[in-house]
Design a protein around this ligand. Sequence first.
Ligand code: FES
Length: 109
Amino acid sequence: MTSFGWSGGFAASAGEIGYMPKVTIDGQEIEVAAGTTILQACQQVGVEIAHFCYHERLAIAGNCRMCLVEVEKSPKPVASCAMPVAEGNVIHTNRRPRSRRATASWKCC
Ligand code: FES
């Protein structure tokens, strides 16, 4: 059995080389390279996600939570800059994540 060792945590075993997960972003289906983050996949389909602590040339911090999106079957909103896509992800960027709704209502009262 061939092993490629540690590959950054997101990637590829021998059977997954060239693997392109299919995801749906706001109703648009797209295939992206394995290891692509949700934020990058959204940029590829022209969906802009506000972000603050993410920069493509820096290490991913994932601290500000500004880039939260909803992923179906995920119990909580996820930081799109830090989460790689997975096969079959259904991502909603135009919904206000539940935690933001809760925070917003808390701030308004
Ligand atoms: S941009 Fe800061 S957590 Fe994603």
